[in-house]
Each structure stands twice: as C-alpha cells, then as structure tokens.
Unconditional design. Sequence first.
Length: 292
Amino acid sequence: MTDAEPEGLSQEDYATLCGFLRDRTGLSFTEAKRYFVDRRVAARMQAVGATGLRAYMNLLRFQASGEELQRLVNLMTVNETYFFREKYQLDCLVNSVLDELVRGRPKGSRLRIWSAGCATGEEPYSIAIMLLENWRRVDDYEIELLASDIDSAVLERAREGIYDERALQGLPAHLRAKYFQPVRGAAEAGGPRWQIVEDLRESVDFSLVNIADPQQVRAFRGIDVIFCRNLLIYFDDLGRREAASMFHDALAPGGFVCLGHSESMSRMSSLFVPRRFPDAILYQKPVDGGTS
Ligand SMILES: C[S@@+](CC[C@H](N)C(=O)[O-])C[C@H]1O[C@@H](n2cnc3c(N)ncnc32)[C@H](O)[C@@H]1O
C-alpha cells in the first residue's frame, strides 16, 4: 500500500458502517465484502473531505438532503441484469399467470405488475415486450408496469433506455429490430448501442423505492405480480423475511411473486403458497389473503 492509498476501516468502524447500511437499505455486507466496501467508502470520504468515519457517518445520518447517503448507496448496489434474464418466468407470466389472474375480471380492468429492484430497466422492458408479443389479451386490460430501485443512477439509465450489445444478447433479432433504434455516433464512442422505442419507455413507471423502508413501500398496494429477482441474495435472513411480509401486504389476494432462481420463498416465509406452472414455480398470496 502506498501513502496515497487510504487504509481500510478498522474492524469496529466496518461493523458500525455495515450495521448502518443494513438498517437503512437491507443490504448485508459480511466480512467477505470488506474490500468492496472499504474502497467505496474511502472514495466517498475523500470526495467529501471527511476526516474520519465518525464525521462521514454524521453526514450520512444528518445531511438534510440525504444526497451523500444516496451517493454511497448507489456505489454499494450490484446492478447486473440483461434482457430476457431467466426467461422461463416471463414465459410463465404470459402462458399461465396472466390468464389465471384475469379470469372473471371484466375487460378494461387494471392489472398491476411491479419490478422491484429493476436496475437499468431490462427486466420491466422485457416484461413489456413479452406482454405485447405473447399475451393475446394485452389490449383487453389496463396494464400498469411499475418499476423501482434504490439506486437513483440506474433509474436514470432505465428511463433513458440505452443499452449495449451485452444487455441485448438474449433478445431475438426480430425483437431488437422492432423495439430498438440504433444510437447514432455510439459505435465510435465505445461500441454500438440501441435505445428502446419511446412507446415502451413511456409504458413503464419508474420510481426510487427502497424495499426495506416500509414507508416507501406503502404506496404499492393491489399489485398482481411482483418481480423481485436477484435482489434478496444481498439481504440477510431477517431482511428477506421482512421483504416477504412487505410483498404480502403489497399484493392483491391471489397475486404472485417471482424470485430469482437461487432464491426460495419457502426458506423466507410461510405467507405464500408455491405454485408449480409448466414453465416455472411462482409464489402466490392465498386468495383469501390468509397467512397460512
Ligand atoms: C442484481 S440487480 C437485479 C436486477 C433485476 N431484478 C434482475 O434480476 O436482472 C439488483 C438490484 O436491486 C437493487 N436493490 C438493492 N437493494 C435494494 C433495496 N433495498 N430496495 C430496492 N432495490 C434494491 C440494486 O440497486 C440493483 O439494481
């Protein structure tokens, strides 16, 4: 280590900071993440000229705008995602779940789908494309696509809807041609990029929401399907249980939760009933809204 490089946090400071972040965001950083955390915190402390962790924590805790906390949170999230990720769940949505949800509902009624932890937007836009392409009743219902994340920087990118080759890899060529436009001049400036068409950008309602904050989640009620994939792996057991209970409150009776392939609701909560469809297993809030 050179003189210019700040030393990492002490054991105690690391525990204090991680406890604070866990409390505010649900994100759980173990000792194994120390290098990742140390580097980011050191960079922010240097940027704001904090002389030690105590001064920096005071800024995080008491700054009226919350700007520094948001900046740090943006650095602490892992935003990996891409179009048509874990597509079998999207297939399940259009082949089974939506038909079941609208059974008995009059045409024109509302269907609400929420992508919680949407990162740069590939997930909600993939849902939109799947609905338009594969659900024959898409025009019969008023579909609301809500998408949220705790990271304000990824939300900006999601709203802009510009993607590189890597993000689009899983998308068949005819869908790329139909829903994306090449960004002019992008090839010269670091590789080709495509922007999702305006109609799709406008079809998703993006907002800044921390799913570990009950106040912020309160606005989400009567949801039919929640996608919360590859987010709860960053939470601890208690955080996952709290998230499951929050999903339960947010869902309409009979509504579904889709988790990432390595996340299992049965290990988090008994509030939901696993439902095995031909394409995937989803978790359902009992129709009677019960807690069985
Ligand atoms: C790995 S990405 C997953 C993106 C997408 N759901 C997928 O499966 O491809 C996880 C996202 O969860 C977000 N996240 C982490 N903690 C969160 C919280 N407490 N509330 C809302 N979003 C959170 C991160 O900012 C990140 O964008």
